[in-house]
Design a protein around this ligand. Structure first.
Ligand SMILES: [Fe+2]
Ligand SMILES: [Fe+2]
Length: 254
């Protein structure tokens, strides 16, 4: 398991090694692609654009309480990466004459959950759900489009999101490490419940992208839960002392 200092170095390094995006190819979306993915990309663009003010406040409290000072700058760079995703997706939409949206329903629900239950753990637990979904979504979006720009953007975002999932699941493991076995089990049940509900909403709202990529609901469902299992199993194997995680990872639905 990496330390916050390791993550801080990773984010600093990653910002210096970004893929080149072929912006010169201009607006290339076909009319069919616009219909299939336009609305969906608008929503994801909005979802990527959080400033994370509350999140940063919880992180600062955590850093003071634990002495983990590098967590705050690491998280700041993490949020900067999400904002970069929002910026490049906004540029892509504008290039193709698709307007940006101010807010979306799933975005509102996610923000509400994070604010109402306001702790660092809830913020990370809600966020990791979106991060795992992003891995499945951007892979499908890459397949669904023939736009060279969008495919390259998906490559970059997928690379970033793989690290984001690791960063956030490791942080959750640290926050949950001292929890009793039954409480940890309850926590993972809630985590799975949140992911289950999110998957349903994602299919309802963004199913068009997955269908355009040739995926059925079954394909999407399997892929989403495989990513979920992988994310939390990786934490378990990188932290073998975490008996709670070992105990409760076997029941992940497929
Ligand atoms: Fe992102
Ligand atoms: Fe992310």
């Amino acid at each position: 398991m990496k330390t916050s200092t390791d993550w801080l170095r990773y984010f600093q390094d990653n910002s210096q090694h970004l893929l080149d995006i072929p912006w010169h190819t201009g607006g290339e979306l076909t009319a069919r692609e616009r219909r299939a993915i336009g609305r969906s990309v608008q929503e994801f663009q909005r979802g990527e654009s959080s400033e994370g003010k509350h999140f940063m406040r919880y992180a600062e409290r955590y850093a003071v309480a634990t002495g983990d000072r590098d967590y705050v700058p690491a998280l700041r760079l993490f949020i900067a990466e999400e904002q970069r995703h929002a910026r490049v997706l906004a540029r892509f939409l504008t290039l193709n004459g698709i307007p940006l949206v101010e807010t979306t329903f799933p975005d509102k629900v996610f923000r509400l959950l994070r604010h109402v239950l306001g702790t660092l753990e809830v913020s990370v637990a809600v966020l990791i759900t979106a991060e795992i979904i992003s891995q499945v979504y951007y892979a499908a979006l890459r397949t669904a489009t023939s736009s060279a720009i969008l495919r390259r953007l998906c490559d970059q975002i997928l690379r970033d999101e793989a690290a984001h999932v690791e960063f956030q699941t490791e942080q959750l493991a640290k926050l949950r490490a001292k929890r009793s076995r039954w409480l940890y089990g309850l926590t993972m049940t809630a985590q799975r419940g949140l992911f289950f509900g999110t998957c349903l909403v994602v299919w309802m709202v963004h199913g068009c992208v997955f269908r355009e990529a040739g995926q059925t609901l079954g394909d999407f469902w399997r892929s989403a839960w495989q990513h979920f299992g992988r994310a939390f199993t990786a934490v378990r194997t990188s932290n073998p002392s975490n008996a709670n995680a070992r105990q409760h990872l076997s029941g992940i639905p497929r």
